[in-house]
Design a protein around this ligand. Structure first.
Ligand SMILES: [Zn+2]
Length: 505
């Protein structure tokens, strides 16, 4: 095997692909911004979570230890936060008043529901769990303390409406986004509902005073809630320390969110917050911006759910493969064709995996005849991932390995099959596209509402198998019909029943 390659990633801060150099050798500590749980996360959000997942997997494949933190924003994200002014309405409160919000008793109920759904989708797409998944509402005390310290240090001030960070007090503001000219910054701030007490239109909110807000906490400035940016500064510091190795998120977060995080964190500690900044480019769907009004807006469940539940029956790992088939930093067009091609690949991976398992069990002796070639292909895949997450090249190497195995599966002896099985496991650990790493029951237990379809289908399939074993064919046929209605096809194989979703793509 080749020596481990150097891990290189594009750094938004320096505009260059650079080696990732953890402060503690061999231990990558990183933070990735999670979603605001006012709705289901869409596939564009997940592409960005997948980048963090691939960073984690690549670092581990290189033999590093990892501490990965990603948050859940369950308060304080205002509709105008992208305009740096933190005005507008809280996204959670707005969601509660919308049509979809009618089924929730209150805003806490809504947050809990969408957090659970996030975890379900996370598992469905075979994303690894972070070391910690903090929620903003569990860290309000630390956020208040951080705001107090920023005031003490002269980086923040109070107005009648809230507490603001003084951008003029922090020299490096604008370095990450390149928005360094004050003029440019002012243009980016759509100052429609501005607080007349603000000293500078660029200043952003750390705390909003609002005794009528649906989620409020008591602070030295009365009842209110924290600004969105401060939560990530505080939670990253709480779990990873003052200086972290890498910070990731979607490209929409570069400004103002990450710029504000840097200003807050570095003003608090006087140290460099994060050395490396990694941002995932937005995806397009069929060549257009994903938007609800054009009907090309997809959540994970819109695609992987069964037809009966309004989904399209796409294999979850096919969706994962499709979403990572383009490199995270390049323009990426998500199409039905990509999805169909990915589904074919994943189906083929599974077929060959079964054949390899069968050959390993058959136990005919002999020498390993594929190991070396497979090792070379794994090295090629890992080198591609270490080269700024070049997923197209890594996936091509994996497909080549499966082709090799597919071509010789009739002649696989036990030793070759064992080697092939180990290769598949390594490839899956790197890219997560061959099999789910968590068993279904565990996935379901993680998030209560996790993939309820799959749990139900498993139960129906097992019941039908039992009915057949008991020669109750009428019952077995009725169950098969019920499964067909759910868009599920059952296959009876020598190893017992298997099922797959009939895709309606
Ligand atoms: Zn964040």
């Amino acid at each position: 095997m080749d020596p481990a390659p150097e891990f290189r990633l594009y750094n938004t801060l320096s505009n260059a692909v650079e080696p990732v150099v953890p402060r503690e050798a061999g231990h990558l500590r990183f933070y990735s911004c999670g979603p605001t749980v006012y709705s289901y996360a869409h596939i564009g959000n997940f592409r960005s979570f997948l980048t963090a997942d691939l960073i984690l997997r690549t670092a581990e494949a290189l033999g590093w230890r990892t501490t990965y933190v990603t948050n859940v924003t369950d308060v304080g994200h205002l509709t105008e936060d992208d305009a740096a002014d933190a005005s507008g309405e809280d996204r959670m409160a707005k969601a509660l008043r919308s049509k979809e919000g009618e089924r929730f008793a209150n805003v806490w109920d809504l947050a809990r529901y969408y957090t659970n759904e996030l975890l379900a989708d996370w598992n469905t797409l075979n994303l690894r769990d972070p070391a910690v998944r903090p929620r903003a509402t569990e860290h309000i005390r630390e956020q208040i303390a951080a705001v107090e310290q920023l005031i003490e240090k002269g980086h923040a001030y109070e107005t009648e409406q809230g507490i603001y960070f003084s951008v003029a007090s922090f020299e490096g503001y604008g370095r990450l986004s390149g928005n360094e000219a004050a003029e440019q910054l002012e243009q980016l701030v759509r100052d429609t509902v501005s607080d007349p007490g603000k000293r500078d239109p660029r200043d952003f909110a750390l705390w909003k005073k609002d005794p009528k807000h649906l989620m409020q906490w008591y602070s030295p400035w009365g009842w209110g809630f924290p600004g969105w940016h401060i939560e990530c500064s505080v939670m990253a510091r709480a779990y990873l320390g003052d200086e972290i190795d890498l910070h990731a998120g979607g490209e929409d977060l570069i400004f103002p969110h990450h710029e504000c995080e840097i200003a807050q964190s570095e003003s608090l500690t006087g140290k460099t917050f994060s050395k490396h900044w990694v941002h995932t480019r937005f995806l397009q769907v069929e060549g257009e911006k994903m938007a609800k009004r054009t009907g090309n807006f997809f959540t994970v469940r819109d695609l992987v759910g069964t037809a009966a539940s309004g989904g399209r029956g796409v294999d979850p790992l096919a969706l994962r493969l499709a979403l990572i088939s383009g490199q995270y930093r390049k323009p990426f067009n998500f199409t039905k064709e990509t999805l169909k091609a990915s589904a074919k690949h994943v189906e083929r991976f599974r077929e060959i995996l079964s054949a390899v398992d069968a050959a390993a069990a058959a136990g005919a002796g002999g020498a390993d005849r594929v190991g070396e070639r497979l090792d070379a292909l794994y090295d090629r895949a890992l080198a591609a991932m270490a080269d700024d997450l070049n997923t197209p090249e890594a996936i091509a190497a994996v497909i080549e390995g499966f082709k090799l195995l597919g071509g010789m599966r009739a002649q696989l002896n036990a030793a070759s099959a064992a080697g092939a099985r180990a290769w598949i496991a390594r490839v899956n650990a790197l890219l997560g596209i061959v099999e789910h790493e968590k068993p279904l029951a565990e996935r379901a237990a993680d998030a209560k509402d996790a993939d309820p379809d799959a749990v139900r289908i498993d139960a129906l399939v097992a019941e039908r198998y039992a009915a057949r074993a008991a020669r109750d064919f009428a019952r077995a046929d009725a169950l098969r019909a019920e499964l067909a209605e759910l868009g599920v096809e059952v296959m009876d194989t020598p190893d017992g029943p298997k099922w797959k979703r009939a895709s309606t793509l």
